[in-house]
Design a protein around this ligand. Structure first.
Ligand SMILES: Cc1cc2nc3c(=O)[nH]c(=O)nc-3n(C[C@H](O)[C@H](O)[C@H](O)COP(=O)(O)O)c2cc1C
Length: 186
């Protein structure tokens, strides 16, 4: 797939088939992620892989509960109240794979660097026929000290990008994007 075609056609996927994502594929996606640029080539990232749907369902339930407990202090979350109270809603959309990109406290720009790695990963997945969706809803839960302990993540690493991966099922809703806002030309 041509790179511009991949950039223009990638969309977040929220409906997945049961087809598992192979270890080789995951390896290839992580290899694409680490090709991203990073400040001073610090490569301040580390990755977590979860392919346990029972665990993902548990994390989804815990994340929803946690988000509802802070919703009154977080006005941008208010519009998701109904979704978060719906027992059937799984924040991971029943995908069987979650990749988590953690930022290490190294270099000059760790969070931005990890976002670049995330975009590489999502585009590489799209080029291989896989769908992805960044799941911001999972971030606060995965960043809790007890969750990091549970998963063996060093306390000083921070969750940057939780990304579900899987084979898309059904039609992928298309979106149009705004034209770039150019604020100066000299
Ligand atoms: C930081 C961030 C957090 C996001 N969190 C969620 C999320 O929790 N759930 C979800 O369904 N989509 C989430 N998304 C996906 C966005 O909704 C999506 O990228 C946006 O609507 C544009 O659609 P597109 O990815 O198809 O271009 C997130 C995206 C980003 C970059």
């Amino acid at each position: 797939m041509d790179l511009l075609q991949a950039i223009n056609n990638r969309r977040s996927v929220r409906n997945y088939s049961d087809q598992p994502v192979s270890q080789e594929m995951i390896k290839a996606l992580l290899q694409a992620a680490v090709q991203a640029p990073s400040a001073s080539n610090s490569q301040p990232w580390a990755f977590g892989v979860i392919q346990d749907s029972v665990l993902l369902k548990q994390y989804s339930d815990r994340a929803k509960k946690y988000l509802l407990s802070i919703i009154d202090q977080q006005p941008p979350l208010a519009k998701y109240r109904e979704m978060l109270t719906n027992d059937k809603f799984n924040i991971f959309y029943n995908a069987n794979t979650l990749l988590v990109i953690y930022a290490k406290p190294e270099g000059l720009h760790p969070q931005g660097d990890c976002c670049l790695a995330a975009q590489n990963l999502m585009l590489a997945a799209h080029a291989q026929g896989l769908g992805t969706c960044w799941i911001g809803f999972a971030r606060t839960l995965l960043d809790l000290p007890e969750l990091k302990k549970e998963l063996g993540v060093p306390a000083e690493y921070t969750v940057e990008a939780p990304i579900i991966v899987g084979y898309p099922q059904g039609r992928i809703p298309q979106l149009s994007k705004d034209d770039p806002e150019v604020i100066f030309r000299r």
